[in-house]
Design a protein around this ligand. Structure first.
Ligand SMILES: Nc1ncnc2c1ncn2[C@@H]1O[C@H](COP(=O)(O)OP(=O)(O)O)[C@@H](O)[C@H]1O
Ligand SMILES: [Mg+2]
Length: 173
């Protein structure tokens, strides 16, 4: 099991930023890149995604979408990647899968130009694509959080996410 420990929100953001940079190298041809985040409330999912968005060179602030389930951001163009939009979805407040499918979820996850990050992904496990990369965020102490690779249906993706985490674990933040 590969775990990353963070002892500050800044470090979690940095991990998110580095993660995005590695994540961008994954090339999918047929559908979106989907990242699922689950774990404790206050575990650092949104904080991680603030860094993640920075890694995609998005300047807008990523907030905990209290009343909004879905927010779309443009990814600035760059030479080596083909992604155009970043979707931040938070399933904390949804009461049925229908709420998500009504937002055009299928279309969003089938567009190879999209990167989709889903907080509380466990609430919509049924409709997540098989190749979703899942991360788990645990509350360890006041400022300590653990980020780990979660159960993934797809073996290739499991080793992929483990490799990214391993690579990050070797760096000093
Ligand atoms: N190491 C850490 N990593 C991330 N957040 C931390 C850390 N230590 C303290 N915090 C605080 O914990 C809270 C995490 O909240 P948030 O990222 O919104 O969690 P989630 O989206 O998982 O509910 C923030 O208030 C943040 O400042
Ligand atoms: Mg959150």
């Amino acid at each position: 099991m590969v775990n990353l420990l963070s002892d500050s929100p800044q470090k979690t953001k940095k991990i998110g930023e580095m993660f995005a940079k590695s994540y961008l190298k994954i090339q999918r041809k047929r559908n979106a890149l989907v990242l699922g985040l689950r774990g404790d409330l206050g575990g650092g999912k949104t904080t991680f995604l603030q860094g993640f968005a920075k890694g995609l060179r998005i300047k807008d602030r990523i907030l905990s979408p209290t009343f909004v389930i879905l927010k779309k951001f443009s990814i600035p163009k760059s030479k080596n990647q083909r992604f155009q939009s970043f979707y931040h979805i938070d399933c904390y407040r949804i009461s049925s899968l229908k709420e998500i499918s009504n937002l055009g979820f299928k279309k969003i996850i089938s567009n190879p130009k999209n990167i989709v990050a889903i907080e509380w992904a466990e609430r919509i496990l049924k409709i997540l694509p098989k190749d979703t990369l899942l991360l788990k965020f645990c509350f360890v102490g006041l400022k300590k959080r653990k980020i780990s690779c979660d159960i993934i249906k797809n073996k290739v993706n499991k080793s992929l996410i483990k490799n990214i985490l391993k690579e990050l674990a070797l760096r000093a933040f």
